[in-house]
Every structure is written in structure tokens, then in C-alpha cells.
Design a protein around this ligand. Structure first.
Ligand code: IMP
Ligand code: MG
Length: 189
């Protein structure tokens, strides 16, 4: 997926904990531009409410919202899943809820990564109970072969191998969200 030169991490400030580039900054931006075009076409006449799932989707949200040429509205939720640093338990705690009413809205959930899919399942039920007109998902990353439940994802940026990754919003113990590309993490979690 990436050229050898973009996987050369020597000299990178986090090189000691990063394995390889999974999605480069250029690939991210190109794909997000494409996704924005698709969303613009699909929601023409009915601008969606974009619901960003903090914190991991913050970078993706900032870029995808600017790639959509419609008067969208945005809101934020923060969830945290209990369990080990690199695997979700499926038990989700709502840390920050939405400010806006979802009644009769076209809601598009902006997610960073769908791994087991448990977080998303929980969110879908939680938000679906508030009578949105439609509820769809736009996920940047989908981990191949890891979903425990069949996922209905309207938009997916990239399918990636099941390695633990960091960067572009994704963290390990709150670190590396500020990287502009997505890397495998090879340090101690
Ligand atoms: P799921 O519930 O197993 O689908 O996991 C979803 C959540 O776990 C994501 O929203 C992320 O916050 C986190 N997560 C899953 N895989 C990774 C990863 O490779 N790196 C960083 N966070 C991850
Ligand atoms: Mg996380």
C-alpha cells in the first residue's frame, strides 16, 4: 500500500516505537477527499449531522468535514471502553454525550477504527434510540477479519491488517494521536 520510501522511519522522532507505515499522510488525504465527494453526492439536499467519536476520530473529523461541500452540522461524543490498552472489552462508557437533538436528523457517525465492532454496535443502539431519520457510519479504518458482529458500514476509508496501529488520532495510552500517518505500534503498550 505504501512505497518503500514512505516506510523508511529512520530519523522519525517516534521511530523506536513505530513499525511501518500502514497508511501514509498522502493516502489519507487522497482517500478522504474521495469520501467527502461521495458523502456530498449522497446527502445533497439533506446535509447530515456528523457525530465525531472522541478522541480517536478527531483528526479524521477535522479533515472529512472540510471535504464535504454541504452545510453539515457537527457534534461530539466521548466514549471509553474498559479493558486492556490494546483490546476493547465491548463495555462502553459514555464520557460525553451529544448536545443536539437527533430527532428526524440524518446522522453520520464518524469513527476512527472498527476492530471487534463492539463499540460501534453499542453506539448505534444508543443513538438509534433517539429517533434519527437515518443513522449511518463513516469509518476511516476497518480491521480485516476482526469483527465479531457483521457491520453495516456506509463508508470505509481503508481495510487494514489486524495489527495495533497508532497515529492520525489513534493512540496507545494517549500517545501518538498527533502523527499525520498511521503506523503499526511495536513498543510496550
Ligand atoms: P472495537 O470496539 O473493538 O471495534 O474497537 C473500537 C475502538 O478501540 C476504537 O474506536 C479505538 O478507540 C480502539 N482501537 C481499536 N483498534 C485500535 C488500534 O489499532 N489502535 C488504537 N486504537 C484502537
Ligand atoms: Mg482509543
Amino acid at each position: 500500500m505504501t512505497s518503500p520510501s514512505s516506510s523508511d522511519l529512520s530519523g522519525h522522532w517516534a521511530a523506536h516505537e513505530l513499525g511501518r507505515v500502514v497508511v501514509s499522510a498522502a493516502e489519507l488525504q487522497a482517500r478522504i477527499t474521495e469520501m467527502g465527494r461521495q458523502i456530498t453526492a449522497d446527502y445533497a439536499g439533506a446535509p447530515p449531522l456528523l457525530v465525531c467519536v472522541l478522541k480517536g476520530a478527531v483528526n479524521f473529523m477535522a479533515d472529512i468535514m472540510r471535504a464535504i461541500e454541504l452545510p453539515v452540522q457537527i457534534d461530539f461524543m466521548a466514549v471509553s471502553s474498559y479493558g486492556a490498552a490494546t483490546k476493547t472489552s465491548g463495555v462502553v462508557r459514555i464520557v460525553k454525550d451529544l448536545d443536539v437533538d437527533l430527532n428526524n436528523r440524518d446522522v453520520l457517525i464518524i469513527e476512527d477504527v472498527v476492530d471487534s465492532g463492539l463499540t460501534l454496535n453499542y453506539l448505534r443502539q444508543y443513538l438509534g434510540a433517539r429517533s434519527p431519520r437515518s443513522l449511518e457510519v463513516c469509518a476511516l479504518l476497518l480491521k480485516e477479519g476482526e469483527q465479531r458482529v457483521e457491520q453495516d458500514l456506509k463508508y470505509v476509508g481503508f481495510s487494514i491488517p489486524a495489527d495495533f496501529v497508532v497515529g492520525y488520532g489513534l493512540d496507545v495510552n494517549e500517545r501518538y494521536r498527533n502523527l499525520d500517518a498511521i503506523y503499526t505500534f511495536v513498543g510496550e503498550a
